[in-house]
Ligand binder design. Sequence first.
Ligand SMILES: CC(=O)SCCNC(=O)CCNC(=O)[C@H](O)C(C)(C)COP(=O)(O)OP(=O)(O)OC[C@H]1O[C@@H](n2cnc3c(N)ncnc32)[C@H](O)[C@@H]1OP(=O)(O)O
Ligand SMILES: CC(C)C(=O)C(=O)O
Ligand SMILES: [Mg+2]
Length: 560
Amino acid sequence: MGRPTDVSQAASVVPDGVTIFDTTLRDGEQSPGISLDAREKVEIAEQLARLQVDVIEAGFSAASPGDFDAVKAVAEIVGNAPRAAQGPGGSQGESDHREPPVIAALARAIPADIEAAAKSLAPARRHRIHTFLSTSDIHRRYMLQASEDEILAQAVRAIELARTFTDDVEFSPQDATRTDFPFLVDIVAAAVEAGATTVNIPDTVGYALPHDFGGWIAELHRRIPDIAAKDVVISVHCHNDLGLAVANSLEAVRNGARQIEVAVNGIGERAGNCSLEEVVMAIRTRADLLGVDHALHTPELTRTSRLVSSLTGYSVQKNKPVVGANAFAHESGIHQHGVLADRLTYEIIRSEDVGADGSQIVLGKHSGRHAFFKAVEDLGFELDEAEAQNAFRRFKDLADRKGIVSSEDVAAIVIAETHVKADDDYELVSLAVTGGTDAEPSATVVVRLAGADVAAEAGRDVGATVTAEASGDGMVDAACGAIRRAVGRDGVALVSFQVAAVTGGIDALGEVTVTVAVEDGQRFTGRGVSTDIVEASARAYVDALNRSRRLVHRSSEFRP
Ligand SMILES: CC(=O)SCCNC(=O)CCNC(=O)[C@H](O)C(C)(C)COP(=O)(O)OP(=O)(O)OC[C@H]1O[C@@H](n2cnc3c(N)ncnc32)[C@H](O)[C@@H]1OP(=O)(O)O
Ligand SMILES: CC(C)C(=O)C(=O)O
Ligand SMILES: [Mg+2]
């Protein structure tokens, strides 16, 4: 696998190595609302160095005194700190040290900008001046009022001036993909002739399509033999206006580009730049087809993404490839079944290769038995067949109402289910309540007579259901009244009632504990769990009644 090996001023690459040029601190910072101070830029640049990017574009030195200082700080601190070597794909390398990254700054094709860039970059051990000038008709006419000849001459002057400060000069014909191709060939050839060591082909407005763009990169190499003869690196800088920045960059690489300009989390002007994490993982994952590599230590990707997100205030969407919260999460039963057996069934990247937390099985309404019972087992529960069936049914009910079911929810479901013992006499089958500010609270319950004694007392078969209605002071009172009526135990009184949240959020599971006094004055406590507090109360009430019946069974067992 090829990696950048040249540690001289220019970040040149071996034939199958791709230089990763990170512009998070320059183009990324051009995203509306982002402004990073020197301290924040240094912090991100240090992380980019840990990630082993080859070039860090630290800013636009002529933009403001603050950006000048920030570029200088990055050049001084990160541009002089050797990086511990780390192997591709994440293995920690031997003890040798790599050169610091190349620090770059952007400059218009005018002396003042180039001089400011040179001055701010001077402290870095290796530095690059990146100068640019628009070449498309539309930019030339409306922004620069300059002819092709004038643009070409200005670009050459800028590159020659930049070369007086450093051997590492990059030139970008801005809006290259809307430039007349013959003129693009002329200006790239002139830039090479003037001493540019990297020529970047920016798709400034994200206009290119992969096949076409790749063809342009190949054609530039064909028409300008000096690119190869002088070891000039052709770079690409793709914007994402049509969502094609990564695809265009990869197609350019397939056609000979050997530098990709990227930004962490894909931030940048408008729809952003080519996303660093996506393109570097595409290169690693599909090395079989692309046949190139880069030097990035990818286990730092997630940390880098989070740092940039927190310092820029740009959050990462959940479904963002590689670094999004869902990148390794599975919610549907068929996928979960596969991933539990072998994660490669539904994952093409190993989560540890990008520093993520591992595959996540998220329980929800699309989950199946494999995932649910794995969660139950992980919590240390063992369920018999009947408990398992009932717990799974309750889980699906809860998932329908709640969306995501947490492991605390699973524990609550299982505890509630194992509470329904085989010797329970009553089972709450269903509950319906009505009420509101202007309606009297009322409840209808269906209770199954599961115990032989209670069924016989009621003159019914074991397992028969009884429906009863009642109204009350509130819905809980109405529900308890209806249960009393269904089981024929009017003498039972509610003594105390407590509610606690088992899980967090507006859709949390609530746990209700009730104490009832039965006909002879004895007290029994019952417990119920549900997202619906009235249902939890009804379950707790039935649980307390079952406990009172268990005592009856036990005392009759010990009767002499
Ligand atoms: C595609 C890209 O990302 S390009 C980089 C974009 N980044 C930025 O613009 C961020 C930093 N920019 C800034 O802080 C300011 O725009 C500055 C300091 C560079 C210039 O500010 P101002 O002098 O006030 O000019 P303003 O931004 O209004 O207009 C741009 C000027 O630069 C000229 N210009 C634009 N690109 C270039 C270039 N590559 N080379 C030379 N001149 C250029 C324009 O013609 C215009 O000149 P004019 O003032 O003579 O008409
Ligand atoms: C300065 C250049 C490389 C740029 O950001 C662009 O064209 O998008
Ligand atoms: Mg750009």
